[in-house]
Write a protein that binds this ligand. Structure first.
Ligand SMILES: Nc1nc2c(ncn2[C@@H]2O[C@H](COP(=O)(O)OP(=O)(O)OP(=O)(O)O)[C@@H](O)[C@H]2O)c(=O)[nH]1
Ligand SMILES: [Mg+2]
Length: 309
């Protein structure tokens, strides 16, 4: 595909076009992804998640700056829950992004969460692949840490940063409930505010309680808008990757991710195929009626859809 050739040659517009094709689930997208795939697997994917307003975008911006200074190229994917369209980012994000976007070593894309038939997680993973093949060394993926979709996205990362801030008592509870297990590094941002020590201590205690042997997630303090603590954070990220590689966990983790993704794609294909067949005959609606009437049940009906007579 010409677009893929241009992507591999470093053409930004081709990159943007390909991402749009993937987002719109255009017919050419699958072929493009097939051709792109052999060129993926080189980027270090870093997921950044946490409650709204914790400072994720500010951190992503400062990390981007840091990596650029180290001579690395950076891709940024901001999964924006506030808008069905791209570009729904907050004004502050926009301004920050525009500043970075003039740097040819940086590619930034924001994605809306609605309108992805195949699921947002799969779409995001495909966008990651395109940036990876485009040659970005580091790919930062920002999501608000709520909902299964977002947890699935974050699982695509090699290293997961969970960002929180002081005096968010409830959110620390929320972290406990959901994302404690997926965090490789915890960031207490807004360390310029009161109650930082308390927030850090609470997190440390929770992590001590939860962590098994192996990698104990460190807690890093940052003041993202001032760029404080960014180097320490980058060091923690480096240490995490070093740990994964040393223990042979890197390949193992990637294998698990591929397994999961293959299952997701298979799931999607099967559902699509079955529904397409059933639509032709009204079978789906008929079965829903029968289930409603208690004449059959979901399991029996699903079997019927899978094995139509
Ligand atoms: N005091 C203080 N403010 C900060 C710090 N980091 C970010 N902010 C401010 O907090 C606000 C939210 O920051 P963002 O980086 O947009 O947070 P976010 O987590 O990306 O927010 P969403 O994407 O809306 O969930 C902005 O006004 C930032 O300027 C910090 O370390 N200290
Ligand atoms: Mg943000």
């Amino acid at each position: 595909m010409e677009l893929v050739d241009r992507l591999l040659a470093g053409d930004r517009r081709a990159c943007a076009r390909l991402i749009t094709l993937v987002e719109n689930e255009a017919p050419e997208a699958k072929q493009a992804l097939r051709e792109v795939y052999p060129y993926t697997g080189n980027a270090h994917v870093i997921g950044v998640t946490g409650p709204p307003g914790a400072g994720k975008s500010s951190l992503v911006d400062k990390l981007t700056q840091y990596y650029r200074e180290q001579g690395e190229t950076v891709g940024v994917i901001a999964v924006d829950p506030s808008s069905p369209f791209t570009g729904g980012a907050l004004l502050g994000d926009r301004i920050r992004m525009q500043e970075r976007a003039t740097d040819p070593g940086v590619f930034i894309r924001s994605m809306g969460t609605r309108g992805h038939m195949g699921g947002l997680a799969l779409t995001t993973k495909d966008v990651i692949k395109i940036l990876d093949a485009f040659g970005k060394d580091i790919i930062l993926v920002e999501t608000v840490g709520t909902g299964q979709d977002e947890i699935d996205i974050i699982k695509a990362a090699d290293t997961v940063l969970v960002v929180t801030m002081p005096s968010l008592g409830d959110d620390i509870q929320a972290i406990k409930a959901g994302i404690l297990e997926i965090g490789d590094i915890f960031v207490v941002n807004k360390a310029d505010l009161d109650y930082v020590d308390k927030a850090v201590m609470e997190l440390e205690m929770m992590l001590d309680f939860n962590s098994d042997k192996g990698w104990r997630p460190p807690v890093v303090r940052t003041v993202a808008n001032m760029g404080v603590g960014i180097e320490e954070l980058a060091e923690a990220i480096q240490a995490h990757i070093g740990y994964l590689r040393k223990e042979g966990l890197f390949e193992e983790k990637r294998r698990l991710k591929i397994e999961m993704e293959l299952l997701e794609v298979l799931n999607q294909l099967i559902v699509k195929e079955v529904l397409e067949k059933a639509k032709k005959t009204n079978e789906f609606d008929n079965l829903v009626d029968l289930i409603l009437e208690r004449e059959t049940d979901c399991y029996t009906a699903a079997e019927k859809l899978l094995n139509p007579k």
